[in-house]
Design a protein around this ligand. Sequence first.
Ligand code: NAD
Length: 507
Amino acid sequence: MAQLVASMPGSSTGSVVVTDHLNYWGGGRREVRSGDGAQPSEPVFEPATGRVLCQMVPCGAEEVDQAVQSAHTAYLKWSKMAGMERSRIMLEAARIIRERRDNIAKLEVINNGKTITEAQCDIDTAWQCIEYYAGLAPTLSGQHIQLPGGAFAYTRREPLGVCAGILAWNYPFMIAAWKCAPALACGNAMVFKPSPMTPVTGVILAEIFQEAGVPVGLVNVVQGGAETGSLLCQHPNVAKVSFTGSVPTGKKVMEMSAKTVKHVTLELGGKSPLLIFKDCELENAVRGALMANFLTQGQVCTNGTRVFVQREIMPQFLEEVVKRTKAIVVGDPLLADTRMGGLISRPQLDKVLGFVEQAKKEGARVLCGGVPFTPSDPKLKNGFFMSPCVLDNCRDDMTCVKEEIFGPVMSVLPFDTEEEVLQRANNTTFGLASGVFTRDISRAHRVAANLEAGTCYINTYSMSPVEVPFGGYKMSGFGRENGQATLEYYSQLKTVMVEMGDVDSLF
Ligand code: NAD
């Protein structure tokens, strides 16, 4: 894979075939047997062309066990190193990613379908996250507590052991970094499993950590789907599972992890509300709504797909949003001017188009998009493209307003009062993100306080800086990624009690 990244400049959509092994443990890529009693390999597609990019060869029990053993051996060394030493190695990993950013981003585009502009931001976020946690690694410390008679206690912040990451396909490299960085900073080892649809870039991250100087086998990648994921959740030597994916899978992960009482972080789906009040700066609200719906072809967990607009400004809002949505350039994601690439797979495309059809049946009006799109470039004719869609005439009880679509479909709903819109915005089992556009600062903070979500954006949407904690309320999950808070989720506190006098005994 390192060779592939090095030889990538000049590659274009439809030209890359990945033949390297994508499973990685013990400091090297591993060939895994498929079929004939083992799980069969699965084709991985390039969303822009519909062409097979590579084969994903899943790991079974034996391979998962080897990866976990490899992680554990490395953990015994890594966890004994000083925070400053871990920091230095992590900074070197961040530097290497920065150096190879454009080629990693190209591979991400080819495997995931998102635009190169977005993929470059993702890779930047990945190295920034590693740099951020490298800075925090030496700061891990405990407390000293004085007790009567000269006795005292102190606490040590200790790692958990081998952590497992189970990843979604929408931000393959970035989410892997979001999990590895805090885990490694705290002294843990990592085995992560990318989505079977995006197996290509995760292994590059593992290789880069190795190249930067982590103990051999500290970061490992096992490819596969539900079966491989379950093996990680059930492995007795895995101390924690950090999962990013849908609510139904998250529940299963929690259930399986409960059997061996593992720590669990769940980063799940959403159906986030975006509240646009009539006193907003309309130009910014329109930009915010587009960012909240159409990044990564609408396949973003935090997307503000329920756009509540105060009735008085609805006509102007719709006119502007529809004009700009129609202007989004859909096509070859490796071209700098493209703003929307292909969806992750043919089934995902069909599912999203199905949501649009269902919305129409339930009475929504399609103001633009919502149909398959064929770019003029002939090599893209089998790609998984659709035109971004704005739905009007929506009601709270419609399927498109209640369910996570995970595609470029914005549902717009009118409202009259703050009290009413808060009640409607919170009337969901999800609670990942939310947003409000208003010029009234009291209203902005009041609304932020009352929205039931892990993040509330005021007069913006969609950024996730690595310094800021990220995670859900309600069924969007628990635990956090990014920010200092995440150190708590990758470490445990040991209390040491010290008596300076004689033992006080009742016996
Ligand atoms: P998914 O739940 O289908 O799969 C997620 C991961 O779980 C994949 O790696 C998959 O192979 C694995 N998996 C599937 N069944 C499993 C099982 N039984 N045991 C263990 N692992 C199993 O989700 P997806 O389609 O890959 O991703 C889309 C979903 O992810 C959306 O709901 C989206 O909102 C959510 N998401 C959330 C965040 C966040 O940070 N909150 C970020 C990105 C995506």
